[in-house]
Design a binder for this molecule. Structure first.
Ligand code: URA
Length: 427
């Protein structure tokens, strides 16, 4: 079959800072999905986009073409509003776990299609798979009936949703082209728009543990995604949140589930509670309930009830003991003072090296592995007090994890530079 365009011409347009036509974009995404454009050609095009950018029309068309590469889901027959949250990824980011059941308490259905971790950021599905029996793969029918019955579902995105993105993302991951704002925005929004949610709240992370290292880049990414969402009829808002230090006191799989259950029981670390409640308020407001009080539903057990039903509906036992790592090692504070920094990226890499994450997508993760923190920035510490506990089943991993943590904790004589958790809101 003769093709409409020549791939080399398309690469040349972006290399020379030109603008791709809608027809060229549609063809590029379709031809790459069909295998007509080779990986090395797409890698060159991605790099040209990373270096030279795309205008608003190009990003919007690129996103639409990725949506058109697969199926679109439709929750309109549920008869209730739908709302979803997407985080751009961070260390210790377990917020989806308490958030999905919390929002469902108020009659808003939460279709949370989640992913697995790759690199230093954890994956929601890996965390939930620490619960004995829990199953990530649901058919579309199972997902619909759980949304109708329980109101919240966290499951794997099926292969039919934005298949172009699956291929593109895997290529970007190995060609240093993940961090391009047009490519991140189109990747995330194509999946969310194809999923069919009525409203969407984006948690755009800023800091060492995030893709976006500074607030200006994060703001641009947030604005780009909010515009894409609104243009597609999805009521979209974004919060910019701090990812210079891990969220909560755990980075791993089972230990993050345990911390999420503490939050659902009305306790848990204050930053996890603050962000869960802030995102729940945004999701509920976007779904038409600006006066709902999610903090109360964490305190009185209503969110925990939905969590238990949500886990059971997917084969999990909410009362089962969670796996515990066989080995542990403690890192102690080197001096008296105030902990002013605890670097998110270092903790994420350490948790990953301990076995909580995977280097290749076919690797297995250890459910019990990770890093438990005993202090957070702003806390006063004494020399010799435990700062972190490293957890793994394979003790030969301790050395490399400790290397990742060298210089990660900064102790000073007085508090300084403590950053707010919620930095900005873009609507
Ligand atoms: N998450 C995604 O789904 N896509 C990206 O490009 C980056 C983060």
């Amino acid at each position: 079959m003769s093709e409409r365009f020549d791939t080399v011409d398309i690469i040349r347009v972006k290399r020379d800072r030109g603008t791709l036509s809608p027809e060229q974009i549609d063809w590029t995404i379709d031809a790459y999905t069909r295998g007509v454009i080779a990986d090395e050609q797409m890698a060159a095009l991605n790099m040209a986009i990373l270096l030279n950018g795309m205008n608003r029309e190009e990003i919007s068309r690129w996103t639409a073409a990725m949506i058109a590469s697969g199926e679109r889901m439709d929750f309109s027959s549920l008869g209730k509003p739908t709302s979803d949250k997407h985080s751009t990824g961070g260390v210790g980011d377990k917020i989806t776990l308490p958030l999905a059941p919390l929002v469902a308490v108020f009659g808003v259905a939460v279709p949370q299609l989640s992913g697995r971790g790759l690199g230093h950021t954890g994956g929601t599905l890996d965390k939930l798979e620490a619960i004995p029996g829990w199953r990530a793969a649901l058919s579309n029918d199972e997902m619909m009936s759980q949304l109708a019955d329980v109101g919240a579902v966290i499951c794997a995105a099926g292969a039919g949703l934005a298949p172009a993105d699956k291929k593109l993302y895997a290529l970007r991951d190995v060609t240093a082209t993940v961090e391009a704002i047009p490519l991140i925005a189109s990747s995330i929004m194509s999946k969310k728009i194809a999923e069919g949610t009525g409203s969407l709240v984006l948690d755009v992370k800023v800091g060492s543990g995030a893709f976006m290292k500074n607030a200006d880049d994060a703001r641009e990414l947030a604005r780009t995604m909010v515009t894409l969402g609104k243009d597609a009829g999805v009521n979209t808002v974004a919060l910019l949140t701090n990812m210079s230090t891990p969220l909560g006191l755990t980075a791993g799989n089972a230990i993050e589930v345990q911390e999420s259950v503490e939050v659902l029981a009305g306790g848990g670390p204050s930053d996890v509670v603050e962000l869960t409640v802030a995102l729940a308020k945004e999701m509920l407001a976007a779904a038409g309930q600006p006066d709902a009080d999610p903090a109360a539903a964490l305190q009185d057990g209503r969110a925990m009830d939905v969590w238990r039903r949500m886990i059971s509906a997917q084969g999990g036992d909410p009362d089962a003991e969670l796996p515990v790592a066989r080995e542990s090692e403690t890192i102690k504070a080197a001096a008296d003072g105030v902990l002013t920094e605890l670097d998110a990226l270092s903790v994420g890499v350490a948790a990953w090296r301990l076995g909580a994450g995977r280097a290749r997508k076919e690797d297995a993760v250890q459910a019990g592995a990770g890093v438990r923190l005993h202090a957070k920035p702003g806390d006063t510490v004494q020399a010799g007090q435990p700062l972190m506990t490293l957890l793994t089943d394979t003790p030969e991993k301790f050395e490399r994890a400790k290397e990742a943590l060298e210089g990660a904790a900064v102790i000073a004589s007085q508090a300084s530079g403590i950053q707010p958790l919620i930095i900005d809101r873009i609507s």
